[in-house]
Design a protein around this ligand. Structure first.
Ligand code: AMP
Ligand code: ZN
Length: 114
């Protein structure tokens, strides 16, 4: 998708610190980390937000969550815990309209979130 930052990272048009890539999901470091671990888990398919999902995307989203588990283990935050967040729309301050899950860990967090 033209002018999508995450599509450009996926194709290599702009750089990203990529930690994993397969044909369904890409993982890279967030440029503005909110914790010792802050990565983005992103489907290679350009889907703008959760509101655009169709049943045919179920497998992709399953892969995304499963990849979060594997990355949490790999990055050493599975034991103490982490947060997995998908911001959706204006009130949640979604900034990039290509679905992504934030995996944030390595520090204690508060609830409710800001
Ligand atoms: P969201 O508000 O959920 O749309 O979050 C977008 C996230 O993408 C923010 O945490 C940004 O720091 C991150 N971000 C924006 N541009 C880049 C980039 N070029 N590489 C890595 N992360 C980025
Ligand atoms: Zn995109």
């Amino acid at each position: 998708m033209q002018d999508c930052t995450f599509c450009k990272i996926i194709t290599g048009e702009i750089p990203g610190e990529i930690l994993h890539k397969d044909n369904k999901v890409v993982v890279f470091k967030d440029i503005n980390p909110q914790g010792p671990v802050h990565i983005l888990i992103v489907p290679t398919k350009h889907i703008e937000s959760i509101l655009d999902l169709t049943p045919e995307d179920n497998e992709i989203m399953g892969e995304l969550i499963y990849r979060a588990k594997l990355m949490a283990e790999k990055l050493g935050v599975s034991e103490k815990g982490f947060r997995l967040v998908i911001n959706t729309g204006k009130n949640a301050r979604q900034a990039i309209y290509h679905i992504h899950a934030h995996l944030i860990g390595g520090r204690k967090m508060t609830w409710p979130p800001g």
